[in-house]
Design a protein around this ligand. Structure first.
Ligand SMILES: C[S@@+](CC[C@H](N)C(=O)[O-])C[C@H]1O[C@@H](n2cnc3c(N)ncnc32)[C@H](O)[C@@H]1O
Length: 283
């Protein structure tokens, strides 16, 4: 098998799908955000994929899945952008991306230089991401620290070693990553970030009605498992519920997806008032 940097299977592969979505959004005249580095990731990923066995066919499957998720997921990126901007305006100077994937908010949002962005993801993800960023000559506007680490391990230790301050308010982002963790690791991760959250810290928790057997999710799971069903990861299992956050010292507010998207002018309503985001603030 040809040696390539891009993760062609495994959960890190899902980050390529989101880069495809951000690249597509960035090309639209009515774009909701602009991520110029997304095309660098997509081009590098495509180049790597097609050099591997069955790579062209698998690449086309990744593109097809990304296309199916595009409408809702792309709007979701913009909603998280807005939450980041609001958190920074409210004084958060630390942003932690749990399962950062190919996120480039440290580069593209014009975040101030006194903001520190911590990106946590698997080593194989950064083995692909960092060379692409270097080749693109990209420079973040904020401070940026990369932590190649499995969230199922004690990630709080290296985070603190990199300068993270638990006495400062933090904006924590889970944008489609924690759902891949086994339920107990998911809850442990939220407990760990809670312990590191000074008053004023923020955390958004999506409440989506996900059917893991629906066609795009099933195909995503097949791609991640390298077409070995026995290795398919669980999805959306064991999310800490809103009442769990409240019991752990967070004040929560639920915002329905259909209300949040009104101003964005995209036809992505779900017509389910129970679907949305729980916005939590540490008291
Ligand atoms: C669907 S992608 C989302 C990436 C990014 N948040 C975004 O929106 O572009 C999920 C990410 O979670 C990461 N991830 C999943 N399980 C992980 C784990 N156990 N430890 C660290 N990262 C993990 C994957 O590597 C992948 O980058």
């Amino acid at each position: 098998m040809t040696q390539v940097n891009v993760p062609t299977a495994g959960v890190a592969l899902t980050a390529i799908g989101v880069a495809l979505i951000r690249e597509q959004e960035s090309r639209r005249p009515d774009r909701l955000y602009d991520d110029p580095l997304a095309s660098a990731f997509v081009d590098a990923a495509r180049r790597d994929f097609v050099r591997t066995e069955n790579g062209t066919a698998r690449w086309e499957r990744v593109e097809a899945v990304a296309e199916q998720f595009f409408a809702g997921r792309s709007v979701g990126v913009r909603l998280v952008d807005d939450q980041v901007a609001a958190a920074v305006a409210a004084g958060c100077r630390q942003i932690v991306l749990l399962g950062a994937g190919l996120d480039t908010r440290a580069y593209r949002m014009g975040l101030p230089a006194d903001v520190t962005v911590y990106e946590l993801d698997l080593p194989e993800l950064f083995a692909f991401k960092e060379p692409v960023l270097r080749a693109a000559g990209a420079t973040p506007t904020a401070q940026r620290h990369v932590l190649p680490i499995d969230l199922r391990t004690a990630w709080a230790v290296p985070l603190r070693e990199r300068g993270f301050r638990p006495d400062q308010p933090t904006h924590w982002i889970d944008e489609g990553a924690l759902a891949y963790l086994p339920p107990e690791d998911h809850r442990d991760t939220v407990a760990a970030l809670t312990a590191l959250s000074a008053p004023g810290s923020r955390f958004g928790l999506s409440r989506f009605a996900v059917d893991p057997d629906a066609a795009p999710y099933a195909e995503l799971r097949r791609l991640v498992s390298g077409d070995d069903d026995a290795q398919a990861p669980p999805l959306d299992a064991g999310r800490p519920a809103e009442h769990w956050l409240v019991a752990h010292g967070w004040r929560t507010e639920f915002r329905a997806w259909d209300d949040m998207i009104v101003a964005l002018g995209r036809d992505v309503a779900v017509n389910d008032p129970a679907v949305g985001v729980v916005l939590a603030e540490r008291v």
